[in-house]
Ligand binder design. Structure first.
Ligand code: TYD
Length: 224
């Protein structure tokens, strides 16, 4: 990474795979090491994105057709890339996003069946086709993930998003999608087994990342 071009890291995986926990830890550690970090997410990394998130994830909209779903995620992504991610990268910052375009490939293409040609076209034309430097897929059997989500203590079904309410076959397709992406792009996409203790997962992420980090963090001589 060059100081002026930044570093773009994404975390991907199914619901309950621990992306947010790992992301928080990563942000904390990188900041400690002196790097300028922007921690963001999709959907909902911008003000406009937060409004779009409410529409696309609401369990009142279970009849939303896959193409509408895709267009909302793409609208969120376009706003996110142009108003937040690119400016931060141009400032030489490390941007870490909890989900990005690979989620559209796994959910809207592999699980919902929207053709890749449609996704590729929209991604390139609208969101500029910005590709992360590195992507971590936190991989876990959906059965385990669902058990984890239930353990979070959500008892009110209305508080579950429409995705969390989807049945197991849907989540299996999503998992297969992420693994397929990693198979096709092994340089960029690293699969991290996520059913291990939190520290072990973090160590694996750190190991891949240390090779990419620039030496401009104030305390960047420190290792993870
Ligand atoms: P979120 O609350 O961020 O879930 P998690 O904590 O599991 O990441 O929910 C985002 C939901 O949106 C998640 O179910 C995946 C889905 N999604 C898509 O279907 N396509 C996309 O392009 C993105 C970014 C997310």
């Amino acid at each position: 990474m060059n100081k002026k071009t930044g570093l773009f890291i994404t975390l991907e995986g199914g619901e309950g795979s621990g992306k947010t926990t790992q992301g928080n830890q990563l942000v904390h550690r990188l900041k400690e090491m002196g790097y300028p970090v922007v921690w963001t997410k999709e959907p909902g990394g911008t003000d406009i994105g937060r409004s779009l998130r409410e529409v696309v994830m609401s369990n009142r909209h279970k009849d939303m057709v896959p193409e509408t779903e895709l267009l909302i995620y793409m609208a969120d992504r376009t706003q996110h890339v142009k108003s937040k991610i690119l400016p931060a990268l141009r400032d030489g910052k490390i941007v870490i996003s909890d989900r990005y375009h690979d989620s559209s490939v796994a959910y809207q293409h592999f699980a919902r069946g929207v053709p890749m040609t449609t996704l590729n076209f929209l991604f390139r034309e609208l969101a500029g086709g910005l590709i992360p430097n590195i992507t971590f897929v936190l991989d876990m059997a959906p059965e385990t993930a669902i058990r984890r989500i239930k353990k979070r203590g959500i008892t009110d079904p209305a508080s579950l998003s429409k995705f969390e309410e989807e049945a197991l076959p849907f989540h299996r397709k999503v998992r297969h999608g992420f693994l397929k992406i990693a198979e096709l792009e092994p340089e960029r996409v690293k699969v991290i087994p996520a059913d291990r203790p939190r520290e072990e997962v973090f160590q694996q992420i750190s190991r891949h990342l240390s090779a990419l980090l620039p030496s401009n963090g104030e305390n960047s001589h420190e290792s993870f």
